[in-house]
Design a protein around this ligand. Sequence first.
Ligand code: NDP
Length: 280
Amino acid sequence: MPQIIDGKLISAQIKEEVKEKVAKLNAQGTRVCLAVIQVGTDPASSVYVGNKKKACAYVGIESLSYELPEQTSQEELLALIAELNGKAEVNGILVQLPLPGHIDEDAVIRAIDPKKDVDGFHPQSVGALCIGQPGFVSCTPAGIIELLKRSGIEIAGKECVVIGRSNIVGKPMAILLLRENGTVTVTHSRTRNLKEVTRRADILVVAVGKPRMITREYVKEGAVVIDVGIHRNENNRLCGDVDYEDVSPVCSAITPVPGGVGPMTIAMLMYNCVRSIELQ
Ligand code: NDP
């Protein structure tokens, strides 16, 4: 039986640690405040935003909510971000993605003050991550590093393979694994002989965005498998990018879906909100 990496438990521990830090800051007269902006009423986005606000309330972070109509113009959104950038009492600004098609997401991300970029998507945050300087780290990959460390899984010297090279998961994941002294390979849709590459991995991080694509032929016996994917299967149950039933008997540790990587993202967002006080 593999070790089941318990994201629910580890994210709960992180939230407790954040809660303690927030209480200490409050006792010193410092409040922590996150502004959350949603444009439109996409149901999945509404669930994510709701969960973020709930987590804020739990750890004692104040949250300001901006629910803007679908037809909000880019200029209006940028004006709101500029206003929040200027407010000393707002520590973090989060714009829920995806945005409606008429808004340029990159322009919106660039408009956020890098000192308030709790999602870690601003080019300055990404650059700082690449050269090992202080800054915000994208929440999902940061959460995966915490999952590995707190499960006693050593990264240094290991062959790490990441499937996927998106700006929010694959690329920052690769850089973080490198920072932890892993030997890192990044794969993508143009990778030749994907199975051969992934079978080299001691630690395999899967962010391919394809339900249950990764079966045991992709996995070396005894590897650690981290499943970032999140989908609904034909029975409307949650599943990942990894075929859990097929892969779990051959690996040494694995994250389940749900209850693996998913809960870590919000816990790390809470962590980043507190970190914003330090960075400011
Ligand atoms: P993207 O769709 O942006 O990226 C997918 C990546 O996988 C791309 O780099 C793509 O390559 C690569 N890819 C696609 N098909 C193949 C293939 N057949 N072989 C090899 N590589 C392939 O997805 P994200 O990074 O945004 O997300 C990945 C998954 O993680 C999704 O399921 C998403 O829902 C989930 N997710 C979960 C989060 C959580 O909190 N748990 C947070 C964020 C995402 P190329 O670049 O060449 O197109």
